[in-house]
Design a protein around this ligand. Structure first.
Ligand code: CP3
Length: 364
């Protein structure tokens, strides 16, 4: 039903198989730094949800960065907050503001009312997955995604973005029973959401634990990682004989690298605070690694961007080990690309990653 894959380097690296270059994509690669994205956004009533809920527009903006740059994967254009929206929390994005929920989850009654939403409410996401997969014609694989149960809970309890996570941590420490109940519902919702994306055509899935790193040691394992594991345990890992790699990205997760690698994903995403050589030595035989250029590097001139990209590639090193086997590296940023990034700087980055990573595969 879908065209055969022409560039499978991303999927191969996720599975720690040989690739001719280090595949790359960028978190938030479709977004406001691209003038063509801003133009489509205007057509959609200048609204993010207007884009995300329209299959045609969501397909158009997903392909925009691929038409400009030689990226090795596409990522569904949507948002992590679609799931709590479908739970009835009333998501909106005010002009120039972050996300807001009309009905945040701040008392016991609201917690008890939570349930795994009917996936029909998220039909627009699954329709976008299928439409994007068709429009790709097999150019590169399509990544589906979700927020982690903990990261979704942060937005659901805070009612939007937060500087200090005061409300969600107050609940966590004073009513851990309520927090566990939210996280259980979220984990089961995320699992069925990702599995439905896989059914619709997603070829890999990524769990964004963007706010795992704000938790204390001990709390991270109990309130974030345990529920990421609950999602992973329910995921379809194969479709039509093809492995569907699962990626877990915990921003600020460096201190827990081994525990995250043990959670059961195929790939672990790393932010820029992590030393890639050390991470590979520790868990590279177990999982592929994705990352980890500081997105702010993209504000520097092209020559500096290229030098910093080479440092990241060299830190991981030659993907082929001395024993002949391969470890997996997917080049990415350590967090989402900034809306203030000059688009032509991304051209310099992609070129440097592909060129230099080929030299890491030449005989020594
Ligand atoms: O990577 C991609 O290109 C796919 C699309 C994608 C978006 N959001 C589109 C988006 C993905 C993977 C996300 C994930 C997401 N959303 C996360 C996890 C990743 C991370 O950055 O840590 C989080 C925490 C969110 C929540 C969210 N969505 C916030 C806080 C905001 C507002 C802040 C901002 O950057 O404007 C959004 C809106 C959003 N999601 C935009 C985009 C392109 C900006 C939308 C716009 O106004 O046009």
């Amino acid at each position: 039903m879908f065209a055969p894959l022409q560039n499978d380097s991303f999927l191969r690296a996720c599975l720690r198989q040989p690739t001719p270059h280090t595949p790359m994509w960028l978190m938030r690669q479709a977004g406001r730094y691209l003038p063509e994205y801003r133009a489509t956004r205007m057509k959609a009533g200048n609204s993010f949800m207007g884009l995300a809920t329209n299959v045609g527009y969501a397909t158009e903006v997903t392909l925009q960065p691929l038409d400009r740059y030689a990226l090795d994967a596409a990522i569904l254009f949507s948002d992590i907050l679609t799931v709590p929206d479908a739970m009835g929390l009333g998501l909106s994005f005010g002009a120039g503001e972050g996300p807001k929920f009309a009905k945040p989850v701040q008392d016991e009654a609201a917690v008890n009312a939570l349930a795994v939403p009917d996936m029909d409410k998220l039909r627009y996401v699954f329709d976008a997955v299928t439409s994007i997969r068709k429009a790709l014609h097999g150019r590169v694989p399509l990544i589906g995604f979700s927020g982690s149960p903990w990261t979704l809970a942060c937005y659901m309890v805070e009612g939007g973005s937060s500087d200090d996570y005061r409300k969600v941590k107050t609940m966590l420490y004073s009513r851990p029973d309520l927090m566990h109940r939210i996280l259980t519902v979220n984990a089961d919702a995320v699992a069925v959401y990702l599995n439905t994306q896989i059914d619709a055509g997603a070829q890999a899935v990524m769990i964004f634990d963007s706010w795992g790193g704000v938790l204390a040691d001990g709390a991270f394992q109990e309130f974030s990682l345990a529920y990421t594991k609950r999602v992973l345990a329910q995921l379809k890992r194969e479709k039509d004989g093809q492995r569907i790699p699962a990626i877990v990205f915990t921003k600020g997760g460096g201190p827990w690298l081994q525990e995250i690698a043990d959670a059961g994903s195929d790939v672990v995403g790393l932010d820029w605070t992590v030393n890639l050589a050390q991470a590979r030595a520790q868990v590279g035989g177990q999982v592929a690694l994705q990352g980890n250029l500081d997105p702010n590097v993209l504000f520097a001139p092209p020559a500096a961007i290229q030098a910093e990209a080479i440092k990241v590639l060299d830190a991981f090193g030659r993907p082929q080990r001395a024993d002949g086997g391969w470890d997996g590296h997917i080049f990415n940023l350590g967090h989402g690309i900034s809306q203030h990034t000059p688009p032509e700087h991304v051209t310099a980055l992609v070129e440097a990653v592909h060129r230099h990573s080929r030299t890491l595969r030449e005989p020594a």
